[in-house]
Design a protein around this ligand. Structure first.
Ligand SMILES: [Zn+2]
Ligand SMILES: [Zn+2]
Length: 161
């Protein structure tokens, strides 16, 4: 089988064995536009092209995509689940603890599990999902621009004239 045309949402759906519908296509296209988006963010994009769509239908489509191997769901601690179409490698993520920006990080090994626990306690380890938490360059730059207590700085209100 030839790899699907990655720029064609219908081809991606067919390659995953899913029926092609306008709303599924819109969700795939939203994922192409915004990788690592939450269902709510994707709903916001889909609603622009399909006004009658519901958040629940976006959730349903995403669930079907994950089951079919078309999309991957990542669940960073304390954040909503995020979805992406990059499923065919064992890549990891860098997440900014300030603004939530997500960056893909290539897996050095490429196949799961790329990390093995120091003691597997008899488990057959299938995958290792690595999330690197840090501060992204723009948040680091913004913090450098505002010396002093950042929380105090953001709480500052413009002086009334
Ligand atoms: Zn950031
Ligand atoms: Zn990713």
């Amino acid at each position: 089988m030839n790899p699907p045309d990655v720029f064609d949402s219908a081809a991606r759906l067919r390659a995953a064995g899913l029926r092609v519908t306008d709303s599924r296509r819109a969700v795939v296209e939203a994922l192409m536009e915004r990788p690592h988006a939450s269902a709510e963010e994707l709903f916001g994009i889909v609603a622009r092209t399909i006004p009658g769509t519901s958040l629940q239908s976006v959730y349903n489509a995403l669930g079907d995509f994950v089951d079919a191997g078309l999309a991957r769901r990542i669940e960073p601690a304390g954040r909503p689940g995020l979805f992406e179409l990059r499923v065919d490698d064992n890549h990891h993520h860098l997440i900014c603890s300030e603004c939530g920006a997500v960056q893909d990080v290539d897996c050095v090994v490429g196949d799961a599990p790329c990390l093995t626990p120091s003691d597997a306690h008899g488990y057959a380890v299938k995958a290792a999902e690595v999330t690197f938490w840090g501060v992204c360059p723009s948040c680091a730059a913004a913090a450098a621009d505002e010396p002093g207590d950042r929380r105090e700085a953001t709480a500052r209100v413009p002086a009334a004239s």
